[in-house]
Design a protein around this ligand. Structure first.
Ligand code: ZN
Ligand code: ZN
Length: 175
């Protein structure tokens, strides 16, 4: 499985952003200077982050890329199959860097201008994929063989919804 570099991704994302009408009044150049990083690989719900420098109030009026310490993405998002989502993630974090501290209406309107309309929705599957990747146990019904993959043991606390018998933990061999 091949994966793209963060710099390659930035090059593509800035290229797309520079052609977006909604951003035509913005100076995108400082985004090229922001340090890029990866978030911890066992994260499942955190996919990207715009981290501001120590002491920076992200609600300040003059928030700008100069206040950004780094933009970080989940390392798994750089794999080919998730690349469209990684582009959207970087775009999302760059919008924060451009002075939008939160997800207000202005932010959501800008975010909606991203040309790849399916990319945002890929986040749901990405979360599911990461959960499965972290799974260590398959909670299994001994009666009907229904199973669900989890990172922790069920420890006899859960019943099969259909059979009402306790689920048992089967170890998943990881490679
Ligand atoms: Zn955000
Ligand atoms: Zn069952």
């Amino acid at each position: 499985m091949s994966s793209a570099s963060l710099e390659f991704l930035r090059y593509r994302v800035l290229g797309i952003m520079s052609r977006m009408d909604a951003l035509s009044g913005k100076n995108l150049q400082p985004l090229a200077e922001i340090p890029l990083a990866l978030i911890r690989k066992n994260a499942t719900r955190l996919h990207g982050a715009c981290r501001f420098k120590k002491g920076v109030d992200k609600w300040r009026q003059d928030l700008s890329p100069l206040h950004v310490k780094e933009v970080a993405l989940h390392p798994e998002s750089l794999n080919d199959e998730w690349l469209r989502y990684a582009e959207f993630l970087m775009f999302h974090e760059f919008l924060h860097a451009l002075g939008h501290g939160g997800h207000d209406q202005i932010f959501r309107n800008l975010e909606a201008q991203w040309p790849d309309k399916d990319a945002k929705q890929m986040g749901i599957n990405f979360t599911r994929y990461l959960r499965q990747r972290n799974a260590k146990f398959a909670w299994t019904c001994p009666k009907c063989s229904w199973k669900t993959e989890r990172s922790i043991k069920s420890g006899g606390r859960y019943l099969c919804r259909k059979c009402k018998v306790k689920l048992v933990d089967c170890a998943i061999s990881t490679n």
